[in-house]
Design a protein around this ligand. Structure first.
Ligand code: ADP
Ligand code: MG
Length: 276
């Protein structure tokens, strides 16, 4: 058995621009994330959250340091191998969802499976299963514009999960949701980590979504503070009751169904059956 983390950022720094416009977006970030674990990184706007997540997701390269995914150093991989990793090993939920407006919820979710070479019947069946487990079984044919923010969020999550990735990354997943929906989304992420054995990394500026049992780090000016030294907000301030405006008015499905009975085998199995 290996003690290696699924994801390891080893002294990662990232610089943008040069001269007077130079920005040290990340400085010496160390982070380890294990299979089955959920971690939250809290930081204000401009602290480097998106940069960190893009680097962890192999969408952006580090200026120095190394990112290891399942022990493989990403800087050593060719573009084709990185593309394959992004497609099969990493699910990414973007802050603005990035759904295709002309595609139904089902086709948005099925798209990455198509890129991975899954046949049309199989991927549509699987996409329907994923959406059903996310509580959107009645919304398969809806276009993104016909969905509430919380529903769009779950379609984006379905798309991130369709290829069964061992690592799930989410950028400000609650930014466009009211506090009740935001906490539901976090509960869903916890379930995905614990029940499906995925590693889940969430970056956010929204400290209200933290639970007392969550692993929380904080990011300030590109520097990642160690686990546990983040001052969590007291429970009473965490979820203002009665915040049921806007998004909460959406049709019932906001309580996602359990993921426990699985889309997934263990993360190790998923990694093992990846094409080399
Ligand atoms: P956050 O997601 O926490 O708001 P970002 O990771 O987006 O922070 O940005 C961190 C810092 O890096 C900011 O100062 C931002 O202006 C800068 N930055 C991010 N992306 C770029 C880029 N492509 N070019 C130049 N500066 C950038
Ligand atoms: Mg950001």
């Amino acid at each position: 058995m290996s003690c290696k983390p699924l994801l390891h950022l080893d002294r990662v720094s990232r610089v943008f621009g040069s001269g007077a416009a130079r920005v040290n977006a990340l400085e010496d970030v160390d982070l380890r994330l294990d299979t089955g674990e959920l971690a939250l990184i809290i930081g204000p706007s401009g602290s480097g959250k998106t940069t960190l997540l893009m680097i962890a997701g192999a969408m952006l390269t580090a200026s120095s340091g190394e990112v290891y995914l399942n022990d493989a150093p990403l800087s050593q991989l060719r573009a084709r191998e990185l593309a394959r990793i992004r497609l099969l090993k990493i699910g990414f939920v973007f802050q603005s969802f990035n759904l295709f407006p002309a595609l139904s919820a089902l086709d948005n979710v099925a798209l990455p499976a198509s890129l991975a070479g899954m046949g049309v019947r199989k991927r549509r069946k699987r996409a329907a299963q994923v959406l059903d487990r996310l509580g959107l079984g009645e919304r398969l044919r809806h276009l993104p514009e016909q969905l509430s923010a919380g529903e769009k969020q779950r379609v984006a999550l379905g798309r991130a999960l369709i290829n069964d990735p061992p690592l799930l990354l989410a950028d400000e997943p609650t930014a466009n949701l009211d506090s009740v929906s935001g906490r539901n989304v976090l509960a869903l992420f916890r379930e995905i980590a614990a029940d499906e054995g995925r590693a889940v990394l969430v970056v956010t500026h929204d400290a209200r979504i933290i639970d007392s049992s969550d692993r929380v780090m904080h990011l300030v000016d590109g520097r990642l503070g160690g686990d546990g030294d983040w001052d969590k907000e007291p429970e009473s301030a965490a979820a203002p009751e009665g915040t049921r405006d806007g998004e909460a008015a959406a049709p019932s499905g906001d309580q996602p169904r359990s993921f426990a009975n699985g889309l997934a085998t263990s993360a190790e199995d998923r990694i093992r059956r990846l094409p080399r």
